[in-house]
Ligand binder design. Structure first.
Ligand SMILES: [Zn+2]
Length: 246
C-alpha cells in the first residue's frame, strides 16, 4: 500500500512539473511573439536623430523674370474653372516651355466664354474632336481659365507644347473684339508676357502658326494686330512705371 501510495504521489508531482514546463513555455512564446508586434519606433527615431542634418545652403530664388513679372502687371480677374483631364480637351501634360502667347478668335459669334468653356468640357463625352484653350475671354471682358498655363491645351497646333493660348469671343462674323474683350485680352496678355518673360515678337496669332484666318479681324487688319501688340507692351510699361521701375 505504502509503495503504491508513494508511486501515486510521485506521478502527481511529475504531472505538475510537466504542466509547469508547458505553461512556462507557452508564456515565454507568447511574450516573445507580442514583443515582435511592438513597432520599434525608438530605434527609428534614433536613426533619424543620428542622421546628419542636411542644410541647403543655396538661397531660394525664383527665375528673375517670374519674380519681376508677378510684381509688375497685376493679375486680371480670372475665373478658374479647370476642365476635367481627358484626351479631347485637357490631356494633363506639361508644355515643354512657355515661349509664345497665341491669340485666337472662336469663329462662333455671340457665344459666351462660359458656353465655350462648357463645350470644351463636353468633348470628353462627345469624343468627336479635340479642342480647347488655356483661357477664354468673353464678350463682356470676363476671363475663364480652362487649362492652367504650363499645361497643354488643344488650340495652336504645332505650338501647343510651347505656348499659352487665349481664345476670344466676338459678336459678329467680322471677328472684331468688343472693347471689353479687347481690354481684357490686352491685360491678360500683358500679365502672361511679364510673368513668362515673353517679348513682343513672341505674341503671335494662330495665323502665324498655321496660316488659318484666326483671329480673323486681326488677320484681315494687320494694322489692328500691330496695335494690339503695341497696347500690350504699353500696358507693361505703364505697370513698370507705376511700380517705379520704368
Ligand atoms: Zn485659332
Amino acid at each position: 500500500m505504502e509503495d503504491r501510495h508513494s508511486e501515486k504521489k510521485k506521478g502527481v508531482r511529475w504531472g505538475r512539473f510537466l504542466l509547469w514546463v508547458c505553461v512556462t513555455a507557452v508564456t515565454v512564446a507568447a511574450v516573445w511573439f507580442l514583443l515582435q508586434l511592438v513597432p520599434k519606433e525608438d530605434e527609428n527615431v534614433d536613426i533619424l536623430l543620428d542622421a546628419p542634418v542636411e542644410i541647403d545652403t543655396e538661397p531660394i530664388t525664383e527665375p528673375e523674370s517670374e519674380t519681376l513679372a508677378e510684381n509688375i502687371v497685376p493679375p486680371p480677374d480670372i475665373d478658374v474653372q479647370p476642365l476635367s483631364i481627358n484626351e479631347y480637351s485637357r490631356p494633363g501634360e506639361k508644355v515643354d516651355a512657355i515661349e509664345y502667347i497665341v491669340i485666337h478668335y472662336l469663329g462662333n459669334p455671340k457665344t459666351t466664354a462660359q458656353q465655350n468653356h462648357d463645350y470644351f468640357e463636353s468633348l470628353k463625352d462627345l469624343q468627336n474632336t479635340s479642342m480647347s484653350a488655356n483661357f477664354v475671354v468673353g464678350i463682356e471682358g470676363e476671363i475663364i481659365e480652362c487649362v492652367p498655363p504650363g499645361e497643354i491645351a488643344y488650340a495652336s497646333n504645332s505650338m501647343n507644347h510651347l505656348s499659352v493660348s487665349i481664345e476670344n469671343c466676338h459678336l459678329d462674323d467680322s471677328g472684331r473684339f468688343t472693347q471689353e474683350t479687347y481690354n481684357s485680352c490686352v491685360h491678360l496678355t500683358a500679365y502672361l508676357a511679364a510673368k513668362y518673360d515673353i517679348d513682343r515678337e513672341h505674341i503671335i496669332r494662330h495665323y502665324d502658326v498655321t496660316g488659318k484666318e484666326c483671329p480673323l479681324y486681326y488677320v484681315e487688319h494687320e494694322d489692328k494686330w500691330e496695335e494690339f501688340r503695341d497696347d500690350v507692351m504699353a500696358y507693361i510699361e505703364e505697370c513698370k512705371a507705376a511700380a517705379g521701375l520704368g
